[in-house]
Design a protein around this ligand. Structure first.
Ligand code: ASP
Length: 592
């Protein structure tokens, strides 16, 4: 080894020892005959003193070095003088009196300072990712991720789970996104699909008798990027046989709690995790990913505003749509500009506008729509939403999905603005009892809310024939601080029920056989009752690290436009490669 110790390891007890350190130059301070070099590796920073009087050769070498040079230092561990002890540094009691300094490799001046506090721009970070990853924040995140995965493997192994790898080149496994396709050279005109998840394979592993499976699995989904999405991401994919819903929930709950407490040092806010039905979370929070760290719940005010003269509200109610409200405490003083900013948020969610009522200190309303309300009706409204003097009532009228999305976005915004989410704890809840289907009006058919292998509640199977919209499923989602961090379900293990679902989502027998024949067939060879779940590793590590998006916890993520800016992927390929794959590009394709 070129080093005897790491740069984070030496303490007072090592004083007097001869050591060899190697790492990068974090900082260098030149005081003429004395030069201080802070040497860094992933374990920490150690101060090295090069004294021209003691080792002229070493002094001559450090005169030539710059930031990020790779050095090997040999010397003695000595005590720092009391006034130069650095409490902020783990190695702050000691320094190395260098006898020899070797330059293992020089470094060009990096495009940004690795050890500085200034955050480089996103594009620069992506372009120079290997330098970005050298920064302390990123090293902390990547190592946290390693610790989380290591914890999971140990935890599940101890409970009898087997880790099994499943193929990346496979057949379309739909999870509601577009597939990434890989053309086959050997089978002209045919394609593999990269798995959107190992869903089918893990179910087949249950038919194969493995009973408790997991995999740290890469999933691929070709969808538009958002802050917490990536074209490829990592799931803790799991499946178990002979389980019921609560077995899965209980296992994941203990795994999450133990992992978070041990690996991140954060707390878990509510134990046991609250279990809320889909209907309840939509009603109270307007979303199936509720951040339950704070209240600001939605109130339906349809019955009250229907009695006002405000046409926007009354006509909305007449056609069967919704008017709902949230209350922002102590925000009655908001200016027009403040309200205009909030209006942007609801418009982004598809709403046409935002109505507000400021409840003044004397309890009277200040609002452009107050004139459409009789005084007592206005007081009834203020009481119904639970507003106090000084509060601001925010109301949206539209179809239910738009009202819910808009108010839920406002609620999230106020959670941040009013500092209701400042404590570092992670707050989980389960969402259960989802509808099995969503109606797809464009295609005139039912879409599975989760995926097509999710089982209806046993008592709802009969409704598949009469009223599919009313069928509730055995899906469960785990939500943490407003993010969906896991989704799963008890699966269908009966071929007839599976065929019925295929029919409802618009796959005829032939199509279903062509795409999922292997599963239907497997279900005839003794498929055990089974269920599973897939927590998203990237999101969980992001939350444990306190980072705002998953790119901060993935070593080599893609940009918002699904590109790798460091390597330049995707890229054009040689004509020969295209020919081998039997691919002809459209004439109008122009390079970016
Ligand atoms: N395959 C599902 C997903 O990726 C998870 C599951 O049902 O286990 O969301």
């Amino acid at each position: 080894m070129l080093k005897s110790h790491t740069c984070g390891e030496l303490r007072a007890e090592h004083i007097g020892q001869e050591v060899k350190l190697a790492g990068w130059v974090n900082r260098r301070r030149d005081y003429g005959s004395l030069v201080f070099v802070d040497l860094r590796d992933r374990w920490g920073v150690t101060q090295v003193v090069v004294d021209a009087g003691r080792s002229p050769e070493a002094k001559e070498t450090v005169a030539r070095i710059g930031h990020e040079y790779v050095l090997q230092i040999e010397g003695e561990v000595v005590a720092r003088s009391p006034e130069s002890v650095n409490d902020k540094l783990a190695t702050g009691e000691i320094e190395i009196q260098a006898r020899q300094v070797r330059i293992l490799n020089p470094a060009k001046t990096p495009p940004f300072e690795i050890s500085g506090d200034i955050e480089p721009g996103e594009e620069t970070r992506m372009r120079w990712r290997y330098l970005d990853l050298r920064r302390e924040r990123m090293q902390r995140n990547i190592i946290l991720r390693h610790n989380a995965i290591w914890f999971i493997r140990r935890y599940l192994n101890e409970r009898g789970f087997v880790e099994i790898e499943t193929p990346i080149l496979f057949k379309s496994t739909p999870e509601g996104a577009r597939d990434y396709l890989v053309p086959s050279r050997v089978h002209p005109g045919k394609f593999y699909a990269l798995p959107q998840s190992p869903q089918q394979l893990k179910q087949l592993l249950m038919v194969a008798g493995y009973e408790k499976y997991f995999q740290i699995a890469r999933c691929f989904r070709d969808e538009d990027q958002r802050g917490d999405r990536q074209p490829e991401f990592t799931q803790l994919d799991m499946e178990m046989s002979f389980v019921e819903r609560d077995d899965v929930l209980d296992l994941i709950e203990s795994l999450m709690t133990a992992m978070i407490e041990e690996v991140s040092g954060r707390g878990v806010a509510k134990k046991p995790f609250p279990r809320l039905s889909y209907a309840e979370v939509i009603d109270r929070f307007g979303t199936d990913r509720p951040d339950i760290r704070f209240g600001l719940e939605l109130t339906d005010i349809g019955k009250i505003v229907a009695r006002s003269d405000f046409k926007v509200f009354t006509s909305t109610i007449e056609v069967g749509n919704k008017v709902r409200a949230i209350v922002a405490p102590n925000c009655a003083g908001y200016s027009r500009k403040d309200i205009a900013d909030l209006e942007e948020i609801v418009k982004d969610a598809g709403a046409k506008g935002l109505a507000t009522i400021a409840v003044q200190e004397d309890g009277t309303p200040k609002s452009s729509i107050a004139k459409f309300f009789a005084d007592d009706l206005m007081q009834e409204l203020i009481a119904a939403v639970g507003a106090s003097p000084g509060d601001l009532i925010l109301m949206v009228a539209d179809v239910p999905s738009v009202v819910n999305e808009a108010l839920s976005a406002l609620r999230t915004e106020f959670g941040k603005r009013l500092n209701l989410v400042a404590n570092g704890d992670l707050s989980f809840c389960w969402v259960i009892d989802f509808p099995l289907f969503e109606w797809n009006a464009d295609e005139d058919r039912w879409d599975p809310s989760h995926h097509m292998f999710t089982s209806p509640k046993p008592e709802h199977v009969a409704l598949l024939d009469t009223d599919p919209g009313k069928v509730l499923s055995q899906q469960y989602d785990l939500v943490c601080n407003g993010y969906e961090v896991a989704g799963g379900s008890i699966r269908i293990h009966d071929r007839n029920v599976q065929e019925k679902i295929f029919a409802l989502i618009g796959l005829d027998v032939e199509q279903a056989k062509e795409r999922f024949g292997h599963m239907l067939e497997a279900f005839e060879y003794g498929a055990p009752p089974h269920g599973g779940i897939a927590p998203g590793i990237d999101r969980l590590v992001m939350l444990m690290a306190g980072e705002p998006n998953i790119r901060e916890v993935i070593a080599f993520p893609k940009s918002q436009r699904a590109a790798d800016l460091m390597a330049g992927a995707p890229s054009e390929v040689d004509q020969q490669q295209l020919d081998d794959l039997h691919i002809k590009l459209a004439d109008d394709i122009k390079p970016d």
